[in-house]
Design a protein around this ligand. Structure first.
Ligand SMILES: Cc1cc2nc3c(=O)[nH]c(=O)nc-3n(C[C@H](O)[C@H](O)[C@H](O)COP(=O)(O)OP(=O)(O)OC[C@H]3O[C@@H](n4cnc5c(N)ncnc54)[C@H](O)[C@@H]3O)c2cc1C
Length: 549
């Protein structure tokens, strides 16, 4: 495998394929969608891209660590959502950054900020570039002379491990695998596994409040963050490294989820844990999906805190090859570095049995269940598979939210109805599957996947219609616009509806204070003017809209 990232899609160029897995998934989709999956489109060659020339020039000291090579600019046009991959596949790279900076230390980032402020240049902080919400897409605003993307890949060191306090100081550009390998050498793990783990960074996780999978306890990166160091145009801010504090509003909480709009995170102290020594896993099948949902609630409210408690709808389990398409499948895992888990697993299985859950006969006494292993393989491979399906003409998109248990039933019905209706209208037919990706004592975080035939060159219209319908339904049914995919540009209209006008105005003021020239990731998260709205605003509930502006 080469170490160069794909400029247009997920992961690394020449990443090994798993042809058998790909073929099985494509065949299952073709059967379910009743259409042959088409011949793949090949991405344009870099030399054919014909990018707009850079609009700005940089002084020599900045040029030393900046590039305007075609590969660098093309690879930093977009994140890695369906919408990004489709645009790149069609060679639509009309708004690339003018330069991509690869700073090696904080002084270079500060120099970039000073230049950007003096020359009306926007800066886009960039970690792994796996945003699915337009978070790393350059602004198109004419208020800026140009855009420089600040790729933090060289800030990639594990700086310090405080074993006594179970914490580690890491640089923000570290990607998941390097972080886990480094911590593992000290007997620790962060145990934060977003699906994008392979290519996403510590700074990106913090800036987007990422959610790790295989987790019910510490799910969001928020819970792992002990302190943050951030460079802003107004100066450096470093939060105090303490286990907890009651001193006023938490500064960490302001930087968490700031999506590159308030500063560049360069380092963080993270709470780590010893590598688990005890593991117990099980798979439980339910004929009735509602009973399965009740079982998830019972487990989430039991205080047992399984490391994994993931419920797959019958369709999703069938597609993943862990079910027959008739049963909902619950994948369970418990972990501890400290104590055996037999009693806890027995109790979890008892809660499931009371709701007619049937435990797999081959459930192991430790490690991962067979179905769990299969699911995990598909889950980590899924981003590569997604791109193959997109290249073959399928629209593949996911939607995630969180809602209270008391609101879940109505929420779920409404979102499924909205998604199925929108898919039929926009694409003629398609599949909508669901899973409960995370379960909290007070509610689940459901996750929906749409797969439907796309019409070539009309993909974004189809995508926009479905996105708007599902997002409207999520908000109107009491959920949040995102549990872990962040706001970026794509969710900004719904985020503005979700928050009060008072909060948005406080956020704008905070940005104004640390970034008075609005050079940091303009257009992401919060708009400069309260009444400004992004391009594809769906029908908006007037009373809610009124409150937010
Ligand atoms: C296939 C796929 C699966 C995904 N699965 C998950 C998942 O399971 N859980 C989840 O939470 N998300 C998931 N995501 C979304 C994405 O991976 C997360 O948002 C991730 O946290 C982004 O990290 P990154 O390093 O790639 O950030 P980037 O994409 O580079 O940036 C994301 C945002 O953070 C800002 N940013 C990045 N680094 C810094 C920094 N050092 N300082 C300040 N701002 C910064 C950027 O400006 C941008 O606004 C998935 C995405 C894909 C494509």
């Amino acid at each position: 495998m080469t170490s160069r990232r794909s400029w247009w899609g997920w992961g690394y160029e020449n990443a090994p394929e798993e042809p058998a897995g790909s073929a099985a998934l494509q065949a299952a989709l073709a059967r379910l969608l009743q259409l042959p999956v088409g011949e793949p489109v090949t991405p344009p060659r870099l030399e054919d891209l014909n990018l707009r020339p850079s609009r700005i020039d940089l002084p020599a000291d900045l040029r030393a660590f900046c590039s305007h090579e075609t590969y660098d600019r093309a690879a930093h046009c977009y994140g890695k959502s369906y919408r990004d991959v489709v645009r790149a596949l069609h060679g639509e790279v009309g708004n690339p950054p003018d330069f991509v900076a690869y700073p090696r230390d904080e002084s270079q980032i500060r120099a970039l900020m000073a230049f950007a402020e003096a020359n009306a240049v926007a800066l886009v902080p960039y970690g792994g570039g796996t945003s699915v919400v337009g978070g790393v897409e350059p602004t198109t605003s004419s208020q800026y002379q140009g855009v420089v993307t600040v790729d933090l890949r060289h800030l990639d060191r594990l700086l310090e491990v405080d074993a006594r306090s179970h914490s580690a100081r890491v640089q923000a550009g570290m990607l998941g695998p390097a972080l886990e390998a480094g911590l593992g050498r000290h007997g620790f793990t962060l145990r934060h596994f977003p699906q994008s783990f392979e290519c996403s960074s510590v700074g990106g996780w913090i800036a987007t409040r990422a959610g790790g999978h295989f987790a019910t306890g510490y799910t969001h990166i928020d819970d792992h963050v002990q302190a943050i160091r951030m460079l802003t145009p107004a100066g450096v801010h470093e939060t105090r490294r303490v286990p907890s504090s009651g001193a006023g509003p938490s500064p960490d909480r302001l930087w968490l989820g700031s999506e590159g709009t308030l500063g560049v995170i360069t380092e963080a102290w993270l709470r780590v844990q010893p590598v688990p020594a005890f593991r117990s896993a099980a798979t439980v099948r339910f004929t009735d999906a509602e009973s399965a949902i009740d079982a998830v609630r019972a487990i989430a409210q039991s205080g047992l805190r399984p490391a994994n408690c993931r419920l797959l709808s019958p369709l999703e389990a069938g597609l993943a090859g862990v079910g027959d398409g008739g049963d909902a499948v619950l994948l369970l895992g418990l972990e501890s570095h400290d104590h055996p888990l037999d009693a806890a697993m027995a109790r979890v299985l008892d809660l499931c049995a009371r709701l007619d859950g049937r435990s797999d006969a081959d459930n192991p006494t430790g490690g991962t269940s067979k179905a769990g292993q299969l699911w995990r393989r598909l889950f980590t491979r899924a981003p590569y598979e997604r791109d193959r399906l997109v290249a073959r003409g399928l629209l593949v998109e996911t939607y995630e939210s969180a809602v209270t248990w008391s609101g879940f039933e109505a929420f779920h019905r409404r979102v499924m109805d909205a998604a199925e209706a929108a898919v039929t209208t926009a694409c003629g037919r398609g599949l909508v599957s669901w899973r409960i990706a995370y379960a909290y004592p007070d509610g689940p975080a459901p996750y929906y996947t749409v797969v439907a035939p796309a019409r070539r060159h009309h993909e974004l219209e189809q995508w926009t219609a479905i996105k708007a319908a599902v997002s409207d339904a999520m908000l109107e049914a009491g959920g949040t616009i995102t549990h872990h995919h962040a706001v970026g540009r794509v969710h900004r209209a719904w985020y503005a509806r979700e928050q009060s006008g008072v909060f948005l105005s406080a956020l704008r003021s905070a940005k104004q204070a640390v970034d008075p020239h609005w050079i940091l990731n303009p257009g992401v998260l919060v708009s400069r003017e309260p009444d400004q709205r992004p391009g594809f605003v769906p029908t908006v509930n007037a009373s809610i809209q009124g409150r937010s502006s």
